[in-house]
Design a protein around this ligand. Structure first.
Ligand code: PRX
Length: 637
């Protein structure tokens, strides 16, 4: 890498070999983005070509209208022509001594087809939603693809979410089938996932559960309802015709946090999502024939969908998934995996980088890490120190570091510098992906000047992979994305600014969403969970800075009964773990007499947030109860 001032550029050698190394691509794409995406769409397999590339009836839009597609044909069948025996997927189990599992494209193809046939026999049809609650095992990828094969819409729920969180999502999707596992390993212990699944399906429409045997733990098994995955696929044919899907038909629903308590089911389409997944993966990670790609994200998140499943497969690439915790059995584990498989492209989140930075340089320095060619970061802003550490200690100052901005809603990466072009600048994600039109608008709706912070928005024709709706909630879709700046502008809910080079820096969310270790959690969701506690009359949750996790939630609660602060903390934590899962556990729970409110009774979370920073609190005279702030200050002291 070559450093010029604050900017880094790929060196000549890297640049020469990179798939995209000519800046002209941006100009060409901007001149006619629809034509540009259409050109890319031609490179994936369509059963029938589209009639119209882009249709816009604000706020609704469609891509590749009239086209028929099944994404699994490009991800699997087409790869059999020249890559039948190429390794598609490598699964690394948590236990160091346990053997990895390796699937060629042909292996994966057959397994997906078998499961697709089995799902059909169970009654699954095109358009049905199928829930997936699974650890990081090959079968989770196979399950997603098997759903796509038959035109069923998969809805993956992160395996560390609580049964209650699973239940809420299953109720919303009305899935009749759930695919899960008996259990999995986490830090050497077995987690009984099936137990969670049994609880999670209560009061849902789930009639059948497919259980992958993974950990061999004892589970409750209900005949006629529960079926072992391995038994189901044993005698199935390894050919299942790929269902013809409209380009705009849903491929999957993935839930994410919005500004209110209820999770939103982001709906992604078959055609547009597929095109975007393929080309963002190919160009941003510069995927070439011999590369081995590893994205550490769990499939429970959008990064896992796009870059641990669809993106690599659509490019016929080899990729790794890992079952375990990043630092188990020791903080060298990820580095060991990088050396073991000769990972060329490594994609992770700033939280993980900060955690390893804290463990110390001795871990990465014990390993060669010389196979690495590109590093990636995603999910939250990466601070300068973490960027430098990652670049130096992991990438040995030779790997382009792509800081990739995107969202569950956007389906794929939309802002980053391309590795063969650059420039890379710590704390700046980079520029728009070719063919995507961004703006940063101030409160008056005008473009911000250099350095001025404003709202990041996407302008037409948006991107083919942008969500098409919130499942069963069109009002929320309109309100969240298409009302702030009018119905022709997609509102990202992120604050951003640009530097003189045109590089975009993501400042962070401007709604009540916090990123806890890269996981997206709405403070409203936490508040709804806490409010279920019968002794609590009022609560407020805010995000505060954390050295490792970026941000963490802290909760303020008002109780109607006489409870000790200790007891209430314990109960609130329990409540949140039950309703959402351990990832949402608040760092602190403060028992207070009153919360700062405006005269109209609105809780002033802004003031609570400021109590954790060095910022001035400002004028408190608008509050109906300024004394509450004094009381809280004493508690925090
Ligand atoms: O605030 C932005 C932040 O993550 C949000 C989206 O979260 P989620 O839907 O969970 O998707 C995460 C993985 C794509 C965004 O609104 N974010 C994502 N990537 C970055 C980022 N913030 C700063 N820099 C990034 N590279």
């Amino acid at each position: 890498m070559i450093k010029k001032g604050e900017l880094y550029y790929p060196d000549k050698n890297f640049q020469k070999k990179a798939l995209i190394n000519n800046r002209a691509i941006y100009k060409k794409a901007s001149a006619n983005p629809v034509k540009f995406w259409e050109g890319l769409a031609k490179e994936i397999f369509w059963q029938k070509k589209w009639k119209k590339a882009f249709e816009h009836k604000p706020p609704y839009f469609k891509w590749f209208v009239g086209g028929k597609i099944n994404i699994t044909e490009s991800a699997l069948d087409k790869n059999l022509e020249e890559k039948k025996n190429k390794v598609a997927l490598i699964w690394e189990p948590e236990a160091v001594g346990e053997r990895q599992r390796i699937f060629s494209y042909y292996d994966l193809f057959r397994e997906v087809n078998r499961l697709a046939n089995a799902l059909k026999k169970m009654g699954a049809q095109k358009g049905d939603r199928i829930g997936i609650y699974s650890p990081m095992i090959p079968e989770v990828i196979i399950s997603m693809l098997a759903c796509a094969r038959i035109g069923a819409v998969h809805a993956v729920v992160f395996s560390a979410f609580s049964p209650k969180a699973l239940q809420v999502r299953l109720q919303d999707t009305e899935a009749k089938i759930l695919i899960t596992a008996d259990g999995y390993f986490r830090r050497g212990k077995v987690v009984n996932l099936k137990q969670g699944a049994d609880e999670g399906i209560k009061e849902t429409k789930v009639e059948k559960i497919v259980v992958v045997k993974r950990a061999g733990n004892e589970i409750f098994f209900q005949p006629d309802r529960d079926f072992w995955y391995q038994d189901l696929i044993k005698n199935e044919s390894d050919w299942c015709p790929a269902e013809a899907m409209d380009s705009e038909d849903p491929l999957f629903i993935l839930y994410t946090s919005g500004s209110t308590g209820k999770p939103k089911g982001c709906v992604h389409s078959c055609g547009g999502y597929g095109v975007q997944a393929k080309f963002t993966a190919k160009w941003i990670f510069d995927l070439k024939e011999d590369d081995i790609f590893w994205s550490t994200a769990d499939v429970g998140w959008i990064t896992g969908h796009t870059y641990s499943c669809y993106g690599p497969l659509l490019n016929g690439a080899t990729f790794v998934i890992f079952e375990g915790a990043p630092d188990y059995p020791d903080p060298g584990r990820w580095c060991e995996i990088i050396d073991k498989y000769g990972i060329t492209t490594f994609y992770t989140a700033p939280t993980a980088i900060r955690m390893f930075e804290k463990y110390g340089v001795e871990y990465p320095r014990k390993y060669k890490l010389d196979s690495l060619q590109i590093l990636g970061s995603v999910g939250e802003p990466i601070d300068k120190a973490a960027w430098q550490w990652y670049f130096k200690e992991v990438g040995r100052e030779k790997c382009p570091l792509v800081d990739t901005w995107w969202q569950t809603e956007t389906g794929g990466i939309l802002i980053t510098s391309l590795p063969g072009i650059g420039p890379f600048k710590p704390t700046f994600a980079g520029i728009h992906f070719p063919g995507v039109n961004f703006a940063i608008l101030n409160e008056k709706g005008k473009s911000c000047k250099i350095g001025e912070q404003g709202n990041l928005v996407i302008l037409p024709p948006f991107a083919p992979g942008l969500l098409r709706g919130i499942y069963k909630n069109p009002e929320k879709y309109l309100e969240t994305y298409w009302s702030e700046c009018g119905n022709k502008i997609y509102f990202t809910s992120d604050g951003a600014c640009k530097d003189k080079n045109g590089l975009i820096r993501i400042v962070g969310r401007i709604d009540d969403v916090i990123k806890v270790a890269g996981h997206r959690i709405a403070t409203g969701e936490l508040e709804s969970a806490i409010a279920l506690h019968s002794d609590i009359t009022e609560c407020a949750v805010v995000g505060v800075a954390d050295e490792i996790k970026g941000e963490v939630p802290v909760a303020f609660v008002v109780c109607k009964t006489d409870k000790s602060a200790e007891n209430i903390k314990e109960e609130v934590v329990r409540q949140i773990r039950k309703e959402i899962g351990p990832i949402a556990t608040p760092k602190e729970v403060y028992l207070v007499k009153d919360l700062p409110k405006t005269r109209s009774g609105k809780i002033m979370r802004r003031i609570l947030r400021k109590l954790f920073t060095s910022e001035e609190l400002g004028d408190l005279s608008a509050l109906s109860n300024p004394e509450s702030v004094e009381e809280i200050k004493l508690i925090l002291r």
